[in-house]
Design a protein around this ligand. Structure first.
Ligand code: AMP
Length: 295
């Protein structure tokens, strides 16, 4: 396994499989690596805690950094190269570009509460794509909005990189693995499992037949309250373009329906935990005409 700290050392690894990360690796990251390895190409993993995606007062300084342990884990996975750049390698002094995807995708959900966050993400991902020149790149559904935004960027800029989504890896009690789970104490860790229970209850309601979006969201909130969790946001949107599903829309379970994203962010102690579930439903939007038909 080659450890590259300089961009020019990446040349022999162009055209391969790429897994960008911020390190403090766990089984979620390793699922991406294993999925990448299945393609049998050269696999490159980057570890870079990107300062531009953290807002003022966020956890950039405290973000867990475990370089030695990460390298041991990646060695075991037989990764070909790890890119571990210093900040100046990613952002040279005269760096002058920001890549921004439309606010309809980046100003909602997490973007509403973390202004500039996704500009930091798309800019660093575009820069890393340019340095690593991969054929395919792997992203987790855990960060669904990030995946959707990066896909849009690649499509709009015709970067010619295939974005491969990977399912969220969870603990036995349902909590999505995250480097930030390390911030939780034992009591918070126990309550954190309530997020998955709540989202599952919501999805369960939709999958059982027909329900109103507003009732589904109410049910999820009730579940969150049981664990004394209060979400920063809890929303139902389309996966395709993150369009919000109005609460008076009726959802009908349908395997060929629209793919929906039930997403939440829950502040818990020092952590801010995000999670989401996807399911398919036919959306019957209430329109004035529809109202008229019912009379
Ligand atoms: P991060 O190091 O948090 O920037 O994450 C790097 C990549 O790993 C992103 O594409 C994440 O979506 C993905 N990832 C993080 N946690 C999980 C998880 N629990 N399951 C699947 N993918 C994950």
């Amino acid at each position: 396994m080659r450890i590259c700290r300089r961009a020019e050392e990446l040349t022999p690894f162009f055209g391969g499989e790429f897994v960008p990360t911020m390190g403090a690796l766990h089984e979620g990251h390793l699922a991406l690596v294993r999925r990448a390895k299945r393609e049998r190409g050269i696999t490159v993993v980057s570890i870079f805690v990107n300062p531009t995606q953290f807002g003022p007062g966020e956890d950039f300084e405290d973000y867990p950094r475990r370089e030695e342990q990460d390298l041991r884990l990646l060695e075991k996975e037989e990764v070909d190269a790890v890119f571990l750049p210093r900040k100046e390698e990613v952002y040279p002094e005269d760096f002058a570009t920001t890549v921004r995807v439309d606010r309809r995708l980046t100003g909602v959900l997490c973007g509403k509460y973390r202004p500039g966050h996704f500009d930091g993400v798309t800019t660093v991902v575009a820069r890393l794509f340019g340095l690593v020149k991969p054929k395919r790149a792997y992203f987790g559904w855990k960060d669904a909005q990030q995946l959707i935004v990066v896909k849009k960027m690649v499509e709009d800029l015709a970067l010619g990189i295939e974005i491969v989504p990977v399912e969220t890896v969870r603990e036995a009690d349902g909590l999505a693995l995250s480097s930030r789970n390390a911030y939780l104490d034992a009591e918070q860790r126990r309550r954190a499992a309530g997020i998955f229970r709540a989202l599952s209850a919501g999805r369960g309601l939709a999958e059982r037949g027909s329900c109103r979006a507003g009732d589904l969201l109410r049910r999820v909130r009730e579940f969150l309250e049981r664990d004394d969790l209060s979400p920063q946001y809890l929303e139902l949107r389309t996966v395709k373009n993150l369009e919000e599903i109005r609460s008076d829309s009726v959802l009908e379970a349908a395997p060929d329906g629209e793919e929906l994203l039930l997403a939440t962010a829950v502040p818990l102690g020092k952590a801010r935990l995000i999670d989401n579930l996807r399911f398919r439903a036919k959306i019957i939007r209430r329109t004035p005409a529809f109202e008229g038909e019912r009379k």
